[in-house]
Design a protein around this ligand. Structure first.
Ligand SMILES: [Zn+2]
Length: 317
């Protein structure tokens, strides 16, 4: 049984040296009584922030810490999200936002001293608004202003500018450094069941930014991308209407279509056959329900331009 809302691969990043260093620093601060009661763990989804949150939660809750990492029963339950002193606040199934009622219910229970562990830990899977809606953020802020002494809040975010300013100012920020290219491509490969070579090429084509290849929080994007993936093969074969539709879709979306455009551009260098292979890789990614998020490029121009270049270079255009 595992109740955590993340794929296992996200937690495997606990092995990354940078995550380990941050964890040791936080644990040392905690032993000296210097760990702030609210930390904001800043980094892209999947790139270590979830692993740091869980391992830190285990270290704070654990009463034994016999080994490092500790493998006691309590720590193992934290790593599965089933320890009573750990609360993970996430968007509920079939919802798009973290609701006020969820935060209220959580906050009401926090006065209760730890059930078993040394402390209680709250992990918020995204402190950004959305998915944390404005009322919920305000309710959370009240809890952060007067936190019970036995509670530590770990707030995850990729962009602090999308977090309520008063929450930002109440937290101490911990920045997760970007992983190296090899680690990132291993993560993307494991997450989507692709081979590492393909993923290394995908990452190179988006300038090493793994964000769009990992989980984002834009619910509409997946549908847009699926539509784009359905149209793209026609566009590659030279169907003008499909090219125009793809360009229009790209103009409405800043995340995944940017990725698609980058992939097409990368494929141009390798010829049209590889372009189709690259598209298939994108479609596989879509089927794996990946949600791209942050790529601020002129997607319409890139898609249209990339397709035109492919067709020219393959002698069809
Ligand atoms: Zn333990």
């Amino acid at each position: 049984l595992n109740l955590l809302p993340w794929p296992e691969e996200f937690l495997a990043t606990a092995d990354w040296p940078a995550v380990g260093r941050l964890l040791r620093r936080c644990v040392q601060a905690s032993r000296r009584g210097l760990l702030p009661h609210t930390l904001m763990l800043l980094g892209g989804p999947g790139l270590g922030r979830e692993a740091l949150a869980i391992e830190l939660a285990a270290a704070l809750i654990c009463r034994r810490a016999e080994t490092s990492p500790c493998t006691c029963h309590a720590c193992q339950r934290v790593r599965r999200g089933v320890h009573p002193d750990l609360a993970v606040l996430d968007v509920e199934p079939d919802r798009t936002q973290i609701r006020l009622e969820q935060v209220q219910e959580l906050v009401e229970g926090l006065a209760q001293v730890p059930f078993e562990g040394a402390r209680r830990v709250v992990i918020l899977t995204s402190a950004q608004t959305p998915p944390l809606n404005w009322d919920a953020a305000s309710a959370l802020l009240k809890a952060l202003e007067e936190p019970p002494g036995h509670v530590t809040f770990l707030l995850l975010a990729s962009n602090p500018r999308r977090v309520l300013a008063t929450i930002v100012s109440r937290s101490v920020h911990v920045h997760l450094p970007s992983p190296d290219a090899a680690a990132a491509s291993r993560l993307v490969a494991a997450l989507h069941g692709l081979n590492e070579e393909t993923c290394a090429a995908l990452l190179a084509s988006v300038g090493g930014d793994s964000g769009p290849l990992l989980v984002g929080d834009d619910a509409e994007l997946v549908g847009t991308l699926e539509l784009a993936a359905a149209i793209a093969p026609e566009a590659l074969r030279g169907d003008v209407l499909a090219i125009v539709r793809l360009g229009q879709l790209a103009a409405r979306s800043s995340g995944g279509l940017g990725l698609l455009a980058s992939l097409l551009l990368a494929a141009v260098e390798r010829g049209v056959v590889e372009a189709e292979a690259a598209l298939n890789a994108v479609i596989e990614l879509l089927r794996a329900e990946y949600r791209g998020a942050v790529l601020h490029i002129g997607a319409e121009a890139l898609v249209t331009g990339a397709i035109a270049t492919i067709m020219t270079s393959s002698g069809q255009g």
